[in-house]
Design a protein around this ligand. Sequence first.
Ligand SMILES: Nc1ncnc2c1ncn2[C@@H]1O[C@H](COP(=O)(O)OP(=O)(O)OP(=O)(O)O)[C@@H](O)[C@H]1O
Ligand SMILES: [Mg+2]
Length: 266
Amino acid sequence: MSAALLEVDGFTGGFENQPGRIDPVLHGVSFSVPAGSSTAIVGESGSGKSITALSIMGLAPGRFRRTAGSIRYAGQDLTAMTEPELRSIRGREISIVFQDARSSLNPVFTVGTQIADVCRTNRGVTRREARKLTLEMLDLVRVPESRRRMDQYPHEFSGGMAQRAMLAMALISQPKLLILDEPTTGLDVTIQADVLDLIVDIKAETGMTTCLITHDLGVVAETCDRVVVMRGGEVKEIGSCEQIINAPTDPYTQQLVADSRMVENR
Ligand SMILES: Nc1ncnc2c1ncn2[C@@H]1O[C@H](COP(=O)(O)OP(=O)(O)OP(=O)(O)O)[C@@H](O)[C@H]1O
Ligand SMILES: [Mg+2]
């Protein structure tokens, strides 16, 4: 396996819900994302997947406090960076796509304008060039009639289409690492499958490293090569996709696999 692009090491923290008292949420979370891999983070609701992802981006909620550990990206410690330093990593090096695409888009600007703005900021191109690249990106994520759609507002997009637009916005900066936090939750099953296929295709085309967060092991089997299993803010097991699904060793992973088989067979 090639070198790790991202290394989360003993990352520990919690929420300062009351001044001076930290309610722990993450307990020594350690895992790595090898360059070129598609690593999944799975676990039940509240296991700390999103807080981990947000911490990688330096976007954890204001009351979150890191108490120990580090997060290294390409050898640099992200937890030691200043906000301007982090801003130069966000988008350009690491992008994130959240679950609810529509609420991440600004309702008062057209979808095309928002993607083009990110393109201009992160790639330093002209307005005209940004528009051209946006159109190409909307085609890549298979938004039909991209030229017309580009000038529409978020409310004119369906949920699946908005998720594709968010993917376009994350990809236009050409990040090396793409984090997807439950990117298909809330979408119809067929649209979910389309968006996942799209992610797999784009990964194959670009060679980008991906980190997919989900609670659905079925999704993992189809899209990932490595799996990190989390529960209660701890990493329970790490393995290849094949090992986790066919021969899980941790009792919690075994339960997770058994549950997902039951859903499949229903
Ligand atoms: N803003 C916040 N303030 C206080 N506690 C929070 C906040 N956000 C999350 N938490 C707590 O942190 C823990 C981990 O939450 P997190 O959102 O990372 O879970 P998750 O694994 O992403 O769950 P889900 O699958 O539901 O998205 C939970 O116990 C949650 O209650
Ligand atoms: Mg979450």
